[in-house]
Write a protein of this length. Structure first.
Length: 147
């Protein structure tokens, strides 16, 4: 009976190991989406805390997370809505690059959107564009792109 339990435990560890490897990026994207929602709503409340969480999770990604950490720190240091939106562009680029490198593992429901007016991309969920760079001024400006 013990060999079966040990075998099951080993199988569980082997199956779960790849999921743990993707967890930091999934956590980064979860916090990133919170920032996206705040900026699309013309708000900054919670943006700094979410950016700090992104930096923390991205640090555990090693060298692959370094660009995300740097960009998240810029968002975290933003003093107002305008500077947060400007910093969000670099964060978006670094998160999108990391997601592409991992072939969107565990991020199938996330979409890439692009605003030609801002000349910037972002990630979001849902089927209706929510532009974080212009918020209420041009909330639906943009289009979805291929991952």
């Amino acid at each position: 009976m013990r060999p079966r339990v040990l075998g099951a435990a080993i199988a569980l560890v082997v199956v779960c190991a790849p999921l743990r490897a993707a967890d930091p990026l999934s956590a980064v994207v979860d916090s990133y989406l919170q920032i996206h929602q705040r900026l699309a709503a013309d708000e900054t409340e919670g943006v700094s805390a979410a950016a700090g969480e992104i930096a923390k999770q991205a640090e555990s990604m090693g060298d692959a997370g370094a660009p995300i950490v740097a960009a998240a720190r810029k968002v975290q240091e933003s003093a107002d809505l305008k500077s947060a939106r400007e910093a969000f562009g670099a964060l978006s680029d670094s998160v999108i690059e990391a997601a592409r490198a991992r072939r969107w593992e565990n991020l199938q429901d996330v979409k890439v959107a692009f605003c030609s007016m801002a000349n910037k991309s972002w990630l979001q969920k849902g089927d209706v564009i929510q532009n974080p760079y212009y918020g209420s001024q041009m909330l639906t400006c943009g289009q979805f792109q291929e991952k």
